[in-house]
Design a protein around this ligand. Structure first.
Ligand code: FMN
Length: 254
């Protein structure tokens, strides 16, 4: 298989067989993750390798009740980790140095946090591709950004550390066909941004509208309303918003 085959045939999987991921394979996947580009070569993240079945079970509840999480061989939690850098700077008197040079350092800022999210996600996708290379399937779990306080306690996270992404990994039970994507003309613009017209937006989402089920609720009149009801308007999304706001408070600095 070529790299292009690996990228183009990847699908998220939610059903794993029970074949364990070999230790050497998991180590190689993790090593590939940290080879990913990282701003300033800072590696401002930590990857938590979770194999304990009780912890996986807890995650399957705390991450919006998704039972398949507990069937994974391993969960990899990509934590933004600015604790290590912060303490390294403090122990090397960067705070005092900043004051002496008319600047101020007392901890990581929003810019550090967002850059570190980028880095953590780029590393996680390297892990996805490396896993595919070994025939190991994966699924991202965005809900790891919910229930911050619970996950902080569960994983003993110090200040300036929070989950940016989670991957669940396991061997494929079966390999679903690659999933539909929007036409590239709606996703790739030339040189400058192009605002899509009303008709172009309907055209872009036309495949999705086939998923509209009029029997879900009398009040739901179209696919957009159905999608809003299931995602942006759903309780888990309200919780994700609350949890992320709480996380970002750690980085509120002038
Ligand atoms: C940031 C992110 C969060 C996701 N969270 C979940 C999740 O919580 N549960 C889930 O079953 N799939 C999750 N997915 C998988 C997407 O649903 C999946 O990528 C999408 O439907 C496209 O399918 P494909 O990956 O098979 O191409 C997530 C994907 C991403 C990138």
């Amino acid at each position: 298989m070529t790299t292009m085959d690996i990228i183009n045939n990847r699908v998220s999987i939610r059903k794993f067989n029970n074949k364990p991921i070999e230790d050497e394979v998991l180590t190689s996947i993790l090593e590939s993750a940290i080879k990913a580009p990282t701003a300033g070569n800072m590696v401002p993240y930590t990857i938590l390798k979770v194999k304990n079945s009780e912890t996986l079970e807890k995650l399957s509840v705390s991450c919006d009740h998704q039972p398949f999480i507990k069937d994974a061989d391993t969960a990899l939690i990509f934590l933004v980790d600015l604790y290590k850098w912060h303490h390294y700077l403090l122990q090397n008197d960067v705070k005092e140095y900043a004051e002496k040079t008319n600047r101020h350092y007392d901890g990581p800022t929003l810019a550090d946090a967002i850059l570190a999210i980028n880095d953590a996600l780029i590393a996680s996708e390297n892990a996805v591709i490396a896993a595919e290379h070994y025939g190991v399937g994966s699924c991202y779990i965005g809900d790891i950004m919910e229930n911050f306080e619970y996950h902080r306690e569960l994983f003993e996270l110090p200040e300036y550390v929070f989950p940016a992404a989670m991957l669940v990994l396991g061997h494929y039970d079966h390999r679903p066909a690659p999933r539909y994507r929007f036409d590239t003309k709606h996703v790739i613009f030339e040189e400058t941004y192009k605002k899509l017209s009303k008709d172009e937006l309907e055209d872009m989402y036309q495949e999705k509208t086939k998923l509209y089920n009029p029997n879900v609720s009398e009040e739901i009149k179209n696919y957009a309303q159905q999608f809003y009801n299931r995602k942006m308007g759903a309780d888990f999304f309200v919780e994700m918003n609350r949890s992320l706001k709480e996380i970002l408070k750690m980085f509120e600095r002038p």
